[in-house]
Design a protein around this ligand. Sequence first.
Ligand code: ASP
Length: 589
Amino acid sequence: MATQLRTHRAAETAGTEHGTVVTLGGWVARTRDMGGVVFFDLRDASGKVQVVADPDSVPGLEELRMEYCVRVVGELRPRPEGTQNHDLETGLVEVHATELEVLSTSETLPFMIDDRFDVDELTRLQYRYLDFRRDGMASNLRARSHATAAIRAALVAQEFLEVETPTLIASTPEGARDMLVPSRLRQGSFYALPQSPQIFKQLLMVGGIDRYFQFARCYRDEDFRSDRQLEFTQLDLEGAFWGEEDVRATVEVAIVAATQAVRDVTPATPFPVFTWQEVMDRYGIDKPDIRFGMELKNLSTVFDGTAFRGFGAALEGGGVVYGINGGALGLSRKGFDELTETAKSHGAAGLVWAVVEDDGSLRSPVAKFLSDEEQAALKSGLDASVGDTLLVVAGPWRTTVEVLGHLRAQLGTPADPDELAYLWVVDFPVFEETADGGLAPAHHPFTQPHSLEDMKERPAVALSHAYDLVLNGTELGSGSVRIHDSETQSEVFDVLGIAPEEAERRFGWFLQALRFGTPPHAGFAFGMDRLVAILVGATSIRDVIPFPKTQRGVDPLTGSPNPVEPDQLDELGLDLSAATKAALSADDA
Ligand code: ASP
């Protein structure tokens, strides 16, 4: 009869009757030779249990090294009084080994399988399989799996269909660069990897599949900004005969399920809803962290007619004066200079600071230009107390609030870092201005504007039925009510400067689909990597992605991306430019 490799997992020994003979399989985590008796921790996916063995009766013990993979047969016994470990699930028992088999040996490890030791991230990624043996990564992967399972169960319970959409597609506009895959069978043609399943999920709605979801892998070829990946996973969903409230209610079901699965807490629903205008005005950012106050205050009326030119000129030019109360910052002159530089780097003409002295007067480089009434109104407008630092910016509304939003995010800290503050931001503008002064969709071009007339007449300020979900100052995802008729869709393409012929060539098949009785529909997608990272308290999304790329887009384990053989390029009908070839051979040299 074949030997049974395992009867129990390590953690199960905690609930197993003493005296039971168990067979365990796992890794040798820590050995202690106590003169005559050897103790070691056996670790498997479920946890650890202590094994006790006598070298005289258990052959092979002396060869045991860290991370050897072994099979142990032994009797489960209570640990003697005084040797119990109440911090460990299995800390009241130990396995008295009668048999030990080394299933596979291990070379010396590049790092300790012990979370107490910091290991540089590149080494962790290069030996990711060993990183999984450490508690941190193992528990992050478990959390992620639990979150996924909980979301799936919650949506299936609401009769959502999980549908897979293709990953070799024609390009979908989401605002980033496509990753391309050359076709061998149609040389010179390329598939795009999806930036999202957006068009396909809309086609599902046209097809009458009225509640759809998918854990969708999405690809965006962006330059590396902090904590982004070329490929990432979104929970993507869509519903027909839906408006914004339906989307919000369903996304909340999914988010609550994931939060309960990972954190064992139930966030209060419905999540607060803010308009885009309101969050910009109160927090200076479209993804505010509302776990702390320090809200922006409009001080324009306070300085109406002021003699201080810094504020007066901005107001006369149609601008605004806004401020925040940074609290007791206790900054030195140098600290204020640095804050001023930050404000300027975000577009402010300058930053006015003032500290409330013990006698209630203001210490500020501009105090002498402000009347007593203005000083008093400034203090009361920002609800200032002795010791508080007040920061004031003047200029065009958008720049002014955004500058203060940056300062607020930099200076504020939540009282309870574990708090989860979910919120919705609704009514985003349809378009945003691009660096070259053109218009780009603030969300994507399938978003329903509030009013078509408004969109055409005042595109720069027109609003849309687009909304974001925010958690603790991070944008988790976005969605919108979609355009469901081809005329409106064509008009949006038109405002975006996509000529009818181009729209027909790129999206003709989609415009066609919209002409066959498309139901009103709406949807959303949120990043699973980002959500799980925040829920487990990881500092980077890479810590909840099993095999992530580095910030430079490289996988240190497999070495991808790699150059390919000349034959492979031939088959695809591709040739590299002379410059690329030269760069490759320089790399080789
Ligand atoms: N496709 C969008 C995105 O990936 C989400 C949505 O509108 O549903 O951001």
